[in-house]
Design a protein around this ligand. Structure first.
Ligand code: SAM
Length: 332
């Protein structure tokens, strides 16, 4: 289990199981780029569930303790429950999934029965008009909230992730805090990042984490909570009155590359060692090329041991315009 060149171990893996999504969030998969003619990956190019499981086991051999299933939108991939069941059978693995919540009400029970441990739901606004315009497919916020409630009713702990874009949904911070206080669901605010190159990111669009904390603290006083483990990306705060916890992920204003223990596997089997990678390492070629299990383990270890990425610590206005892999491809 090699550390990378900056001494960081491999602990977390995000597996994108599809590059498709049923939303067209303006900051992630804008319609002008991901329109009707957009060529998504052909089915034969996607890793099969069998290949994903084989790779997941090899990542665990390299030190991975936590896997997050993501996409695209993972719940649009057929039989996702069966993949969850097979991943959940891997010993000692913390398994979770990130979803936009659109199909969660229908799938929460099957996912829980398959062995999912918890779920993260992306939800950028409680205001229906704002939510519909951000997802850009006119999807009502109520149905995502139904998904959150269905997951909780099945006993799945829920985190709710909010990406804030200045002037778009930053007016709703306190409403979100008020709504989720006391529910046990942890609300987390993520700074809008310069992922990919189709979202036209500008620094002015970012709402700094410190501002989010100040805004909520002004209404519901907060106090800091110690980080639970090395590599925890969210800075945690709790309501002084016992109303629960929130987290802020300062990916832009407070980068955490020094503690980044995360790898990403794209739906077609490219291993990326940074969210801001320009290209990945082809593991599908390795698994389809007749490699033994030990060869697959070694291939992953070799990539990790050469890793030097720390993009967010080096970010400038210039780097933001460099070509990078899209989030919908690499897995959010
Ligand atoms: N479809 C699933 C979902 O909606 O959660 C999983 C994939 S999505 C790419 C994962 C997360 O990335 C979502 O919470 C989304 O809001 C976030 N995201 C996408 N583009 C982003 C960006 N430029 N900066 C910060 N977060 C972003």
């Amino acid at each position: 289990m090699p550390n990378d060149r900056l001494g960081r171990p491999l602990r977390d893996l995000r597996i994108s199981i599809t590059d498709r999504c049923n939303f067209r969030c303006v900051y992630c998969m804008p319609k002008e780029v991901f329109g009707r003619d957009y060529q998504f990956l052909p089915r034969a190019d996607l890793l099969s569930f069998e290949e994903i499981i084989r790779l997941a086991r090899a990542f665990v051999e390299n030190g991975v303790e936590k896997i997050r299933i993501t996409g695209g939108e993972p719940l649009v991939r057929r039989d996702v429950e069966s993949l969850v069941a097979q991943l959940a059978a891997i010993d000692g693995l913390d398994l979770t999934l990130t979803t936009n919540g659109a199909l969660l009400a229908a799938k929460a029970r099957a996912l829980r029965d398959a062995g999912l441990k918890r779920v993260t739901v992306s939800l950028d606004s409680l205001d229906d008009a704002t939510f519909r315009s951000m997802n850009d497919v006119d999807f009502p916020v109520r149905r995502v909230l139904d998904g959150v409630e269905a997951a909780a009713a099945e006993g799945l702990p829920v985190k709710v992730n909010v990406v804030l874009k200045r002037g778009v949904n930053d007016g709703g911070i306190v409403d979100l805090a008020r709504y989720f206080r006391g529910t046990g669901h942890v609300l987390r605010f993520i700074e809008y990042m310069d992922v990919g190159h189709s979202n036209g990111w500008r620094m002015d669009d970012v709402v700094p984490a410190a501002e989010v904390v100040r805004t909520i603290d002004g209404e519901f006083p907060l106090e800091p909570v110690e980080a639970a483990y090395r590599g925890e990306v969210a800075r945690r705060w709790r309501y002084v009155d016992g109303g629960g916890e929130i987290g802020v992920i300062a990916s832009v204003t407070g980068p955490f590359c020094g503690d980044c223990t995360r790898a990403r596997l794209s739906a077609e089997g490219k291993l990326c060692t940074c969210l801001f990678a320009v290209r990945g390492h082809d593991l599908r070629e390795v698994v389809r090329g007749g490699a033994s299990d030990a060869d697959v383990v070694n291939a992953i270890g070799a990539v990790w041991s050469r890793r030097t990425d720390r993009y967010s610590e080096l970010r400038t206005a210039e780097t933001a315009t460099l070509p990078k892999i899209e989030m919908s491809y690499i897995g959010g």
